[in-house]
Design a protein around this ligand. Structure first.
Ligand code: SF4
Ligand code: SF4
Length: 543
């Protein structure tokens, strides 16, 4: 019997605003789920240029909002997961709307990445290029990423989408987004341009929008063995779109997830090579209730709504911190920190939900454990307002280690200080470093000014060789997150404290900072420093 060739509608919605494009994604997906429209390939572009966070990301954490506003870069939130993206007016998005039944052979999202990226690559290659799918979700040419992808679902329907970089202004992208630079290791920052590529760079000219869409359409048709036809949005889609648009324009959508600075919030992080998941737990400290929790970051999760469902299953649970919490809880200490009712809720959610890709029961338990065990920090005399200002390396908070050395970031020294990029201090009072050194001396702790990332790594290595057991230091949260794996590789246990003021990450100067050229000025949190020195080194100074 002759195989029936599937007909797929192709729509080019041209250049739309960020809110319009996001609302249209949601509208077509809903219409496809309700079987009001056929399988559809949509091509889209943005005008004005925009920066989009992934659906689980914090807007102010991922984007440099001031820069975006100053440069008329629209800000919005995608309905798909993944990291923040900058879209120039020339970039083209491709989207495929279908149902699970149509792609019934797929075992999960990982296969969808390969399928759709391979199909799009087939279209890109019609320009005579040699692009290919690269796990997990990219299309690359000679190792350089030219397109990323992601997807989401709604009951029976799914949308899989990708960006095709056409004529990227990488400097604008770096300024608008915080994520790409923070994701890169230092040695990779300078070669950022070599890690990405775009059509005009590969071809030596910028092809027309029509040609790109034509080639991509043919690529999908060839790869999926489908027939495509030019279509337009249906009346139902336009109706759903108009209903949804006000929400996608609203602050409650765009700023749905932001950094909350409140003592009621406790944070923890899960970092793997590819992703950072941040857990923000909103805790009623007085009543010891976990009011709600958010999992944010540049991770993918399928089905996409599983994160929201998980969050809503973890609302209003009693926290029961074991007063006999061991000094070092560690992973095996989860039972001791996470109360049984929280563990039961996590277990029952994962046991009953079905297959979830991208997050696991253990990651969630560890994140909750990390966030909630921060409450225990107060028992050591640290103020509520500082409980998120402490980060540990190769250990848990609450150990009794004596601090051997105190690492001072050069950014805390006054920008005009003669000692800014070298050791020393005249205690002139122009910055917090002088007082911090006096505190360290009072607790018999040696100190050293860290003048660059390499210097930090060399110092940790040296200390480890000298058999030092524990360090204290100060740095910003962005630095800790980016370099946690580097700290851990050195294997020296330690405690880091957050710093005040605008950091080099806030100013987009992290590359300067890395090389020891950041000219900004931060403050050390002296009261917190004193508490930590006292907790660890009281016995070292007691007679
Ligand atoms: S207190 Fe020390 S480090 Fe700070 S500006 Fe004065 S001399 Fe420099
Ligand atoms: S990353 Fe920048 S702000 Fe953070 S500690 Fe280093 S120099 Fe200071």
């Amino acid at each position: 019997m002759k195989k029936e060739i599937k007909k797929v509608r192709v729509i080019d919605t041209g250049h739309l605003s960020a809110a319009e494009n996001m609302a249209l994604d949601a509208a077509i997906l809903e219409a496809r789920d309700k079987n009001l429209v056929p399988d559809t390939i949509r091509f889209l572009s943005f005008k004005p240029h925009c920066a989009l966070v992934g659906s689980f990301q914090s807007t102010d954490r991922e984007l440099r909002l001031d820069y975006c506003r100053k440069n008329s870069i629209e800000i919005n939130r995608r309905i798909t997961g993944g990291g923040a993206l900058y879209w120039s007016g020339k970039d083209i998005g491709w989207e495929y709307f279908s149902t699970g039944q149509s792609f019934g052979g797929c075992a999960g999202y990982e296969q969808y990445y390969e399928l759709f990226c391979s199909a799009a690559a087939c279209g890109i290659n019609r320009f005579g290029l040699n692009s290919a799918f690269r796990p997990r979700n990219d299309i690359e040419i000679n190792g350089r990423k030219i397109s990323g992808s992601g997807g989401t679902s709604l009951k029976n329907a799914f949308m899989f989408q990708g960006t095709l970089l056409v004529d990227l202004d990488i400097d604008i992208m770096l300024r608008a987004l915080r994520v790409p630079v923070e994701k890169l290791k230092y040695s990779e920052i300078n070669s950022l341009k070599d890690r990405l590529t775009w059509l005009s760079r590969e071809l030596g000219y910028c092809p027309g929008r029509g040609d790109i869409i034509n080639n991509l359409t043919q690529g999908f048709a060839q790869y999926f063995e489908i027939e495509t036809y030019k279509g337009k949005l249906s009346e139902e889609e336009i109706k759903i779109f108009n209903e949804k648009l006000p929400y996608f324009k609203s602050s409650s959508h765009i700023y749905k997830i932001t950094e909350e600075k409140s003592s009621g919030f406790v944070y923890s992080f899960h970092k793997s090579e590819k992703k950072v998941i941040k857990c923000t737990a909103n805790v009623d400290l007085k009543r010891k209730i976990l009011k709600n929790v958010y999992f944010t970051g540049d991770f993918f999760c399928y089905p996409a709504r599983a994160v929201y469902d998980l969050e809503s299953s973890l609302k209003n649970i009693r926290i029961d911190i074991n007063k006999d919490l061991p000094a070092s809880a560690g992973n095996e200490g989860i039972e001791k920190v996470l109360s049984k009712n929280i563990q039961d809720r996590v277990d029952s959610f994962f046991d009953n939900y079905g297959k979830i890709t991208g997050i696991s029961k253990n990651i969630i338990k560890n994140l909750l454990n990390g966030a909630i065990s921060r409450l225990d920090i107060c028992r050591h005399g640290v103020e509520n307002e500082n409980i998120n200002d402490i980060y540990t390396v190769c250990t848990e908070f609450g150990n009794k280690n004596i601090i051997d050395i105190f690492l001072i970031p050069y950014c805390a020294k006054h920008p005009e200080c003669a000692y800014r990029y070298r050791q020393g201090c005249d205690f002139c009072g122009k910055c917090t470093v002088g007082d911090a050194i006096k505190l360290a001396k009072a607790y018999k702790i040696r100190h050293i000014t860290i003048t660059s990332f390499e210097h930090l790594m060399e110092t940790l290595e040296k200390l480890k060789k000298q058999n030092k057991k524990y360090f204290a230091g100060c740095c910003c949260e962005a630095f800790y997150l980016k370099h946690l794996n580097h700290f851990e590789e050195k294997g020296l246990a330690g405690i880091l404290m957050n710093i005040d003021n605008t950091t080099c990450y806030d100013l987009g100067k992290e590359m300067d900072a890395y090389a020891g050229r950041f000219e900004g000025f931060t403050d050390l949190k002296l009261p917190l420093l004193e508490k930590i020195f006292k907790i660890h080194n009281k016995s070292a100074v007691s007679p």
